[in-house]
Design a protein around this ligand. Structure first.
Ligand code: MN
Length: 367
């Protein structure tokens, strides 16, 4: 069995626009730290090989410090490293790959056609291909490796499994089953697949090692794979990066919104990026700026969204002859006539803010 550390989709030097300049720069620094954690994981697990299945860089212009770090970290590993460029870091004559000096243990697949490298010390062949532009056709069409005794066949590839019309190197189960590979290390999809099997070929993608937005939530990491002839095991390894989480908090019946949000947090979120969506029908509308400043220090970053609706009895008193009553009666008419939920939500908001404004001052009698 060969022990492989399989990582993909690091997207180093992502812009992180939503975080603002300072925290975005911090996050890019942390991404570089993730590269060092992967190297540490290779050592700790005594992996025989590191495979990076594409989108190591987010764009074709990584920062110089990222290039320097790669040049330092990868050669130092002392085990073979195989890289298959993806759609974000595709290989071309002017791509950053051509400017890196990575040492003899690092092999970058540079061709769109599948190539092969023998690793005699591991009794293995490692196959792979590159994106050579933003898109590519199906990399495995018609490919079938002839088996070579008891040599273990590994492939590293960036591509999308299961969607034959994908512009990102579509890969089908049929392709995989016919490939003759023992393990195919894939990248592209950012959610870990777990270990899968097509015919005698095992395959997986690890997802990105750390989330970068609210579409990449939860625990992220890499795969530790043990691959042999027709046998394979894979273990998901979280690397302790920041997590993106979305939390829904129902404020119905809460008279202390800050406390309610706090108690809804299952774990210490200090390292995490949270989106908290407030729901339910609280008696008073949530005061977002106040909540934001009360909670902010507990998260790396916090985004609050108000999805609450007024409790039913906000409409109470619309028959009373007062400014409040008339205001509510007018809105109630429109609420009843509303065609969509969006419209109803907007009218409820109008009622909420109007009432707040009215109730903070003295309500003038009408007659
Ligand atoms: Mn990709």
């Amino acid at each position: 069995m060969i022990r492989i550390l399989h990582a993909a989709d690091l997207h180093l030097d992502s812009p992180f626009q939503a975080l603002g300049r300072e925290r975005a720069a911090l996050r890019r620094g942390e991404q570089r730290g993730m590269l060092e954690r992967i190297a540490a994981a290779v050592r700790e697990t005594e992996a025989d090989m590191l495979v990076l299945a594409g989108d190591l860089f987010d764009s074709d212009s990584p920062y110089p410090e990222t290039a320097r770090l790669l040049e330092q970290v990868l050669p130092e590993l002392g085990v073979p490293v195989f890289i298959a460029p993806g759609n974000h870091d595709w290989y071309g004559p002017r791509s950053p790959w051509t400017r890196l000096e990575l040492g003899e243990n690092v092999h970058i697949f540079t061709d769109a056609d599948i190539g092969c490298v023998r690793v005699p010390a591991l009794n293995a062949r490692v196959w792979g291909a590159a994106f050579t532009g933003r898109h590519r056709s199906a990399p495995l069409t018609g490919f079938a490796a002839e088996k070579d005794g008891d040599t273990i066949d590994i492939m590293v590839l960036h591509g999308e499994v299961g969607d034959p019309s994908s512009p990102y190197g579509p890969v089908s189960e049929m392709d995989l089953a016919r490939s003759g590979m023992d393990y195919v290390a894939l990248g592209h999809n950012h959610v870990c697949s777990g270990l899968r099997r097509a015919g005698n070929t095992f395959y997986a993608w690890p997802g990105c090692p750390e989330g970068r937005g609210f579409d990449e939530t939860g625990e992220k990491g890499v795969l530790l794979v043990e691959a042999g002839r027709r046998a394979c095991r894979a273990k998901f390894m979280p690397l302790g990066g920041r997590r993106y989480e979305t939390l829904t908090v129902d404020l119905t019946g809460s008279n202390d919104h800050t406390a309610t949000v706090r108690s809804a947090l299952g774990r210490d979120p200090a390292r995490d990026v949270y989106r908290v969506i407030l729901t339910g029908t609280p008696d008073t509308p949530p005061d977002l700026p106040r909540l934001q400043s009360a909670l902010e220090g507990q998260f790396f970053a916090l985004e609050l969204r108000d999805g609450t609706r007024l409790s039913r009895d906000v409409w109470q008193g619309r028959e009373v002859l007062s400014l409040r009553g008339l205001y509510l009666a007018k809105l109630w008419e429109r609420y009843q006539a509303a065609q969509t939920d969006d419209e109803r939500t907007a009218i409820e908001l109008a009622a909420r803010y109007g009432l707040q404004a009215l109730e903070n001052g003295e309500e003038p009698p009408l007659a």
